[in-house]
Design a protein. Structure first.
Length: 240
């Protein structure tokens, strides 16, 4: 097997005196969807913030394409190809949908590539294409979630980090968002690390999963096998 595109080894990250994650090791192989599951406060968001340079870990290493990046700032991490879509759908509310997408390409100068990628994003997101001239602040939650994923794709990332894309969306929209994630991964071979509370949906979409509790990995396996585990079924899938 080839080396994973991303590897975390023994990561510990804190907010002042509060240690949010400890001893976390995980990998994202090329072309794979990996999900991180866990209850509120388990440390899922902190894992993504550590990868994208928002938080510098106190211990451990973040290895991307064989290079240690745990001391890089978020701009540098974005420039080497890691796109982070944070929780909460932060669109630029006064810019149009199209302008929001173009903001994702701000660090690029290849005009032809940008135009091609805009076509590609509109192909994935027909609803956004229909609304391309609308200001993003007037779009629905689901449309805004699609838009921020599209904006991340406009940076032509090598790795996509998604934080709770289903948050606050109806079951129909959650299904649509995850279908989109699977399609992008399948067609672009883009590796995706997605943090979710909606375990059932995430396990169906992803290939491999990690379960966090109180800042530690308590289980990891292929999603098929995780779905069969009694603990996962009872605590995360709500099965009796
Ligand atoms: P959620 O689903 O609620 O986002 P999570 O699994 O993503 O949960 P984190 O947000 O990573 O969890 O939080 C992990 C721990 O770190 C929690 O105990 C949380 O209270 C704490 N924490 C998170 N952000 C901060 C902060 N800015 N300052 C202090 N403590 C924080």
């Amino acid at each position: 097997m080839s080396e994973p595109i991303l590897k975390l080894t023994n990561i510990e990250s804190s907010y002042g005196p509060i240690t949010a994650i400890r001893g976390i090791s995980m990998s994202v192989p090329e072309a794979t969807i990996v999900t991180v599951l866990g209850a509120n406060g388990a440390g899922k968001t902190t894992v993504l913030k550590t990868i994208s340079g928002i938080i510098d870990p106190r211990k451990g290493a973040v290895i991307f394409e064989g290079k240690a990046i745990q001391s890089m700032d978020p701009d540098a991490v974005a420039r080497i190809g890691i796109a982070h879509v944070p929780e909460g759908r932060e669109v630029f509310p006064l810019l149009t949908a199209r302008e929001n997408l173009m903001m994702g390409a701000y660090a690029r100068s290849d005009r032809k590539g940008i135009a091609d990628d805009l076509e590609m994003v509109f192909n994935y997101l027909p609803a956004v294409k229909r609304l391309e001239k609308r200001t993003a602040g007037t779009m629905s939650g689901g449309e805004q979630q699609m838009l921020v994923i599209g904006r991340a794709l406009m940076s032509r990332p090598k790795l996509l980090l998604l934080d709770e894309p289903s948050l606050g969306l109806s079951p129909r929209l959650v299904k649509e968002i995850f279908e989109l994630i699977v399609r992008i991964n399948g067609e672009q071979k883009l590796p995706i690390l997605v943090v979710e509370q909606n375990a059932g949906t995430a396990l169906k979409a992803a290939h491999y999963g990690y379960v966090l509790e109180l800042g530690r990995v308590v289980m990891e396996d292929s999603c098929e096998r995780l779905m069969e585990k009694e603990d996962v079924r009872e605590f995360y899938l709500g099965a009796a």
